[in-house]
Write a protein that binds this ligand. Structure first.
Ligand SMILES: Cc1ncc(COP(=O)(O)O)c(C=O)c1O
Length: 402
């Protein structure tokens, strides 16, 4: 059995006394990932896919290796399916801008989405005259498959949905929804920002056509992320940007794009960050996602049950713990969530997020809490003792609210 105290030694920030429960916003980074980035800067700092010299060759080799490691981590068939991005948002915008949308095309999304997977589709709909259908959820965040069966039809080009809500922590049935979409010839984009870091991911099993996720939420460097593109779409999508690095040939009349993924990675990419993301995937693979999931189950149970026992605290999201991850949104009744988060930070050194979590449609329409919520979010390196510190702090703070 892996010892969490040993694991915590890999994360120097954890030695600074903070209780870090803002992992859904961004995770911490282990020393191994930092070292890998430093290795690039100190040992083979050069541009990739351009130079003939040894440094460029080595940098290219490491950069390509990172694609293969990420592909393996999400069950993709090859490195060709992996396009390095700076974050989930960029991946989603890539998909939005890489199709020839036609008037009357239908795009289906859900009320659970982060703004990155929501306003993007409002813009596409407005620009191209597409119809945007927004599937609602119940108060705990459950989506009903029959609602998807009703709205997905032969006009539907794309279904874009998250695997896990960043507010409610609920897990959505992406595989089942993908199957309904595919029956109608629609493509499926999974927002994996909260799913890939915490749950085993297998794109072949889920059948999604696109999967966007952020490296910085899964131990990787900031500025790292990825868009997976299934084989069937690799040659059907327009690159978001073109230019240096994306071509096989150029003449006065035109150009021929390079093979994927190079055709999608215009200009000098985020080399160190991408190599760091590969190292982060290696770290998670070494731990195993079974371990990650099992640690988070323990932490989620403790967090949910601890907060549930406090009078004057309202918790949002599924009450069945098997349906959620370690993202627990709550409010101290009668207290602004920002005040609660500020008190937790300044008096208890506990870092949580507060506000609308970039999910205003969910916050306003589903929770009817325009002020938002406090959100505590765990990762495998958190401890039960840290959860208890949060619960005790919240208990004390509630006593101050009359
Ligand atoms: C579900 C979800 N989608 C998309 C994003 C956007 O991620 P990024 O800011 O890394 O692009 C987030 C970030 O919190 C998220 O939680």
């Amino acid at each position: 059995m892996l010892d969490v105290e040993e694991i915590r030694k890999d994360f120097p920030i954890l030695g600074k006394g903070v209780v870090y429960l803002d992992n859904a916003a961004s995770s911490l980074t282990p020393q191994q990932v930092v070292d890998k980035e430093v290795e690039f800067y100190q040992e083979y700092r050069a541009n990739v896919e351009r130079g003939i010299h040894k440094f460029s060759q080595k940098a290219s080799e490491e950069y390509e290796k990172a694609h293969s490691i990420v592909a393996d981590f999400i069950g993709a068939s090859s490195a060709d399916n992996i396009v390095m991005m700076k974050n989930t948002t960029e991946g989603i915008n890539f998909v939005a801008n890489s199709h020839d949308w036609k008037k009357g095309d239908k795009i289906v999304t859900t009320i659970l989405e982060h703004h990155s997977n929501f306003i993007t589709w409002i813009r596409v709909a407005k620009r191209h005259g597409c119809t945007l259908e927004i599937v609602k959820a119940d108060e705990e965040g459950h989506l009903s498959l029959s609602d998807f069966e009703k709205v997905i039809d032969d006009r539907t080009r794309l279904v874009a949905l998250t695997r896990v809500s960043n507010v409610l922590g609920c897990i959505t049935p992406v595989k089942e929804i993908a199957s309904i979409a595919h029956e109608h010839g629609a493509l499926v984009l999974e927002d994996g920002a909260q799913g890939v870091p915490h749950l085993k991911t297998d794109v072949k099993d889920s059948g999604v056509d696109f999967l966007a996720f952020s490296g910085h939420k899964m131990l990787g460097p900031t500025g790292s992320g990825c868009l997976y593109i299934a084989d069937s779409s690799l040659y059907n999508v327009e690159p978001l940007c073109i230019g240096g690095g994306t071509i096989a040939d150029v003449s006065l009349e035109g150009y021929e794009l390079a093979e994927p993924p190079l055709r999608f990675e215009a200009g000098t990419p985020a080399i160190a960050q991408s190599i760091g993301l590969g190292e982060a995937c290696k770290y998670l693979k070494r731990l195993t996602m079974d371990y990650v999931e099992s640690r988070e189950k323990i932490l989620t149970k403790r967090l949910f049950e601890g907060l549930s026992e406090i009078d004057n605290v309202t918790i949002y999201g599924p009450s069945n713990l098997n349906e959620r991850l370690g993202i627990v949104s709550f409010n101290i009744n009668g207290m602004n969530p920002h005040d609660a988060a500020l008190t937790l930070d300044s008096e208890y050194n506990i870092a949580v997020r507060s506000g609308h979590h970039c999910a205003l449609p969910l916050i306003k329409e589903l929770l009817k809490m325009p002020g938002g919520t406090v959100r505590a979010s765990t990762y495998f390196y958190n401890t039960v003792e840290e959860i208890d510190l949060l619960v005790e702090a919240v208990k004390e703070i509630t006593k101050r609210v009359s």
